[in-house]
Design a binder for this molecule. Structure first.
Ligand code: AVJ
Length: 322
């Protein structure tokens, strides 16, 4: 019989305090910014799922193509008893890994880790229905939370897919990779999905789709602040902007004020003024090159064992060991 448990490493009040801290810090900085993890309430998680199906948003399909081709190889290489997935979302692509690890006969436990409890619940119910003998231990946490690997049957395969590593700034990324490395045991492995640098029009279109879904996703963070902090952001007072930064190799999403105005945030006892045309940065999504990500993994104490791309060379999956 399978078991399904969901653990909240982030209690509600800690989440609420973190949002207040982030909003106060980011909205009083110059330039203004917000961390992207606050996109993902139930509505934002649904909008993100919609993004993954857009014609312009290639990373999800590219990653699935690689997993389709390589899941068996990954399972044979790792023989993992536990699959841990950071930022699992709907766990949809994960099924390819779960199927391969079950075919190899090693998988006992799946631990999805996500900030969205709604996404975890939906995914968990669907997984338990499909895989009656799999133990699913879901964790509501952001991916900087220690994973508690000591209690999980090894070897573990730690999957961080979707290109979400790109949400971290270079210094945060270095600290994060080193902390993952520090938590892994001999025999464990890291499966990392990274979007690759490519021509600017393709990159920008992926973050500024014709149907306006990414714009709605971007503006959803304002609804989160309105609901959680009693703010009075008007989403129509902002334009969605996606920019390629060729110096840092990253996409930035921003919300640009259409006119000068002031937003009240009662929970922070704060009034935030926007000039006309002023930007609020809502996301950095870094894109990678093979030599630089190899070096970053090496510096964090990993050895890169495999590097796979889709046939079009847009996206890479790498398998590394501590
Ligand atoms: C979930 C962080 C990988 O950066 O491509 C999609 C989020 N933002 N469209 C990405 C996102 C705008 C996505 N990640």
């Amino acid at each position: 019989m399978s078991t399904y448990t969901i653990t909240r490493r982030l209690p509600d009040d800690a989440q609420a305090a973190a949002l207040r801290d982030d909003a106060l810090n980011g909205l009083t900085s110059t330039p203004k910014w917000l961390p992207p993890k606050w996109f993902y309430d139930a509505q934002g998680s649904e909008l993100f799922e919609e993004i993954t199906r857009l014609p312009e948003y290639y990373p999800t399909r590219a990653e699935r193509e690689i997993l389709d081709a390589r899941a068996k190889e990954i399972a044979d290489q790792t023989r993992a008893h536990t699959l841990i997935e950071l930022g699992s979302g709907s766990s949809e692509k994960t099924r390819l890994l779960i199927d391969a690890l079950r075919a190899t006969g090693t998988l006992r436990q799946y631990t999805p880790v996500d900030v969205s409890e709604s996404a975890l619940r939906q995914a968990g119910e669907a997984l338990v229905a499909t895989y009656p003998e799999l133990d699913v231990h879901a964790l509501v946490a952001d991916f900087s939370t220690p994973l508690g690997l000591a209690e999980t049957p090894g070897p573990a395969l730690l999957a961080f897919l979707g290109g979400t590593l790109g949400n971290l700034l270079p210094a945060e990324r270095a600290g994060f990779l080193a902390s993952l490395r520090g938590q892994l045991r001999p025999g464990d492995a890291l499966l990392l999905g990274t979007d690759l640098v490519k021509d600017e029009p393709t990159l920008v279109a992926a973050y500024d789709d014709g149907a306006g879904v990414t714009a709605a996703f971007n503006k959803n963070v304002l609804s989160v602040l309105n609901r959680e902090l009693g703010a009075d952001f008007d989403p129509d007072a902002f334009d969605h902007v996606a920019l390629w930064d060729p110096v840092h190799d990253w996409i930035e999403m921003r919300l640009r004020a259409r006119h000068s105005h002031t937003v009240k945030i009662p929970a922070l006892d704060l009034a935030v003024s926007f000039d006309s045309g002023e930007d609020l940065r809502t996301e950095v999504s870094a894109k990678f090159r093979r030599p630089t990500i190899t070096e970053e993994l090496t510096r964090a104490g990993f050895t890169l064992r495999h590097w796979w791309t889709d046939t079009a060379g847009r996206y890479a999956l790498s398998l590394s060991t501590p």
